[in-house]
Design a protein. Structure first.
Length: 283
């Protein structure tokens, strides 16, 4: 992966110390062709969308989503839920080049099975009644939702706000023994960022595999690795740190993405591009 593509790939399986910010850069618009004579790489599409909520009558919301929204007693939580679902559909429509009204969501939960009408689980989208052609992942941070689309395999993305990771007790929840030692070796002021980065990387991995937190994060070594293996399943994933400021995420946010990394897909074959928001279609 090249600098300026909103992500940083690290040679020889190593990464900068936890909490080190990747270099800033700008990305070409989605769909920019590869240089002449080169094969087009696998492309991860990213965007940070504002959480603008639709009205409860919005036709893109499913009955299950409306029921779940109604169950929130706090208005702010209800707004955040509806806004996130609406923003996700806007991203799918933008990536697929389809009207918002033609995007339909279905959620699948490995714990609940493939029951219809779920409002939680891994999101899958159809466009105009057929497959969208992409896998999607989403993560909220402040007043933004980080959205990712990948065309060849499941993707995971996560954004973590550093301010939520100041408690030392979190080390036992999110870190392996080696990762805990690395965090403790840092200056105290640098530890929250190290924890946030670690959490974002592991959450991205577990979203991509579909396992979620059924696999304890402290069982996965991900703090300074480009390729991460999930011991329970043997899955191997490529993990990249994202340039959160370049994406437009709130200050103090760290983010990561993960895609299956076995076989031919490696950092040199993965391009990361930012979806330029269509103000004419979605003001």
């Amino acid at each position: 992966m090249k600098p300026g593509h909103l992500g940083t790939a690290h040679p020889n399986g190593t990464a900068p110390p936890a909490g080190t910010a990747p270099p800033a850069g700008t990305a070409p618009p989605a769909g920019t062709p590869s240089p002449s004579g080169t094969a087009p790489p696998a492309t991860l599409l990213l965007a940070a969308l504002p959480l603008d909520s639709p009205g409860p009558e919005d036709p893109s919301l499913t009955p299950a989503e409306l029921r779940r929204a109604a169950a929130f007693t706090a208005a702010a939580a209800r707004f955040r839920f509806l806004a996130g679902r609406y923003a996700a559909r806007r991203f799918v429509a933008e990536v697929a080049g389809a009207p918002l009204a033609e995007v339909a969501a279905e959620y699948r939960c490995s714990s609940c099975g493939n029951e219809s009408g779920l409002s939680h689980g891994t999101p899958h989208y159809s466009v105009s009644g057929g497959p969208s052609g992409f896998f999607f992942s989403f993560s909220r941070a402040g007043n933004r939702i980080l959205a990712a689309a990948f065309g060849t395999a499941p993707v995971g993305v996560d954004a973590a706000e550093v301010s939520g990771f100041d408690l030392p007790s979190l080390d036992d929840v999110i870190a392996t023994e080696r990762e805990k030692r690395n965090i403790q070796a840092l200056a105290a002021a640098s530890r929250p960022a190290a924890r946030a980065r670690l959490w974002a990387r592991k959450e991205a991995v577990l979203k991509a595999t579909g396992d979620g937190l059924r696999i304890p994060p402290q069982q996965i070594e991900a703090g300074d690795l480009e390729t991460v293996r999930v011991p329970a399943s043997g899955a191997v994933l490529l993990v990249v740190d994202l340039d959160a400021p370049a994406l437009g995420l709130p200050e103090g946010t760290l983010a990561a993405a993960a895609v299956p990394g076995a076989g031919e897909l490696a950092s040199g074959n993965l391009a990361i591009r930012q979806v330029r928001w269509s103000q004419t279609r979605f003001p």
